[in-house]
Write a protein that binds this ligand. Structure first.
Ligand SMILES: [Zn+2]
Length: 402
């Protein structure tokens, strides 16, 4: 019913755009193209085999050949190991043969040097050297200084921009929380409850949603031609891209806001356990709103957990089943008038999302108190928690401009 994001080692990835200080873009593109071709070549061969070769066998099969094409020793190893990993995961998931589309290369530490102080990454691809300056806030880059890394991924996107991804090892050691903050997510707003007050934060998900609706309208308007008509196709793709960017950007901003706030008050963050919610759903709905909800909730949850790992904030995941149907004050059944929840027994009235946030909070408090060594008089658990005062009448609404 309740689980915590476990302590331990995680990978947090530095993602930054880069510009070449040394080396030409055309040469870099050529190297990435060569790398992709080599990986695809290995994949094609592995795909035909009934049993995947061991790393040793791979070495026998491909090392010499790759070296003859000019790949460096560690590059050659990366190429066959990565190809094997792709084939293995495609088979395990019952998927098709992996076809690489992105122009990218993974380099291990022997072919890379990183100078985060000066935001410089130097990579060696075959016999060429490229020096890349990372374009990102200094503060963002600096937080990775001194951490362990094992590989660097360089890619070039369709617009010809260079991207550098470096996964860093991150030790997650969440502090012992003094209190908890629960979060209820829906497309329009997020309700945050800390045991005393309710805060509502408007999301930008509806904006993302309206762009999706617009894209779908275009597809319906040109049912036969949209796929072939370059201009319409570009417009549709651009709408989807903008929609996605809004969700991703807003999720990052909200995650940062809520995690820093939790850290200041030594709180644990409580989220609905979405994994369980959707696995139990009888059928995954293909309705646009549901699809966007799933995407947005996942992105937001991932963003919050990632930030939590970065700042050692504990995260608790709770099965949300039934959290909107019981009265947070007296535990009897709630009645709904549209989104307004009414308790006929004690007179508690509020909206559905507030009920969700409060019940998730209460459910966690009940389960976590013994685990956290909290006594009977758990922090932040007072009369107000039971939904009197402000919560009953007009919940405080806070608009946060992120
Ligand atoms: Zn009640």
């Amino acid at each position: 019913m309740i689980r915590m994001v476990p302590r331990g080692e995680y990978m947090l990835t530095l993602k930054a755009r880069g510009v070449l200080v040394d080396g030409s873009l055309e040469e870099l593109r050529e190297e990435l193209y060569m790398t992709r071709r080599a990986i695809q070549y290995v994949i094609n061969i592995l795909w035909e085999l009934d049993k995947l070769p061991t790393i040793n066998q791979l070495h026998q099969m491909f090392y010499k050949q790759l070296r003859e094409q000019g790949f460096r020793a560690h590059q050659a190893k990366q190429i066959y190991k990565y190809s094997r990993a792709l084939v293995k995961s495609a088979r395990e998931n019952g998927g098709r043969k992996p076809i690489l589309r992105k122009l990218s290369a993974r380099l291990d530490k022997y072919d890379t040097s990183i100078d985060l102080e000066n935001q410089i990454v130097i990579v060696k691809l075959r016999n060429k050297i490229f020096k890349i300056k990372l374009l990102h806030h200094r503060d963002y880059i600096r937080k990775f200084i001194g951490r362990k890394w094992y590989e660097v991924i360089i890619s070039i996107d369709k617009q010809g921009r260079i991207w550098v991804n470096i996964p860093f090892r991150w030790k997650y050691e969440p502090y012992k929380p003094k209190r908890i903050v629960s979060i209820d997510i829906n497309l329009r707003k997020i309700v945050v409850y800390d045991g005393k007050s309710i805060r509502r934060v408007d999301t930008r998900f509806m904006e993302a949603f309206s762009l999706k609706i617009h894209a779908e309208k275009l597809q319906k308007k040109y049912p036969k031609t949209w796929w072939y008509n370059r201009r319409i196709l570009d417009r549709i793709r651009s709408l989807h891209r903008r929609s996605r960017n809004i969700v991703v950007d807003w999720s990052h901003k909200f995650a940062k806001y809520i995690i820093l706030k939790a850290k200041r008050t030594r709180s644990a963050i409580v989220l609905e356990d979405l994994e369980k919610l959707w696995l139990n759903a009888p059928r995954k709905s293909s309705i646009l709103a549901d699809k966007l909800s799933r995407f947005a909730y996942r992105k937001l949850q991932l963003a919050i957990i990632t930030k939590a790992i970065e700042y050692n904030v504990p995260v608790i995941l709770v099965n949300p089943m039934g959290t909107s149907t019981t009265c947070p004050r007296c535990r009897s059944k709630l009645y709904y008038n549209h989104r307004l929840a009414i308790c006929r027994r004690c007179g508690f009235i509020t909206d559905r999302d507030t009920v969700g946030a409060m019940n998730i909070y209460l459910r966690t408090l009940g389960r976590m108190s013994p685990l956290l060594g909290w006594g009977r008089s758990a922090p932040a658990m007072n009369d107000e928690t039971r939904g009197s005062g402000r919560t009953k009448d007009e919940p405080m609404t806070v608009h946060i401009h992120l």
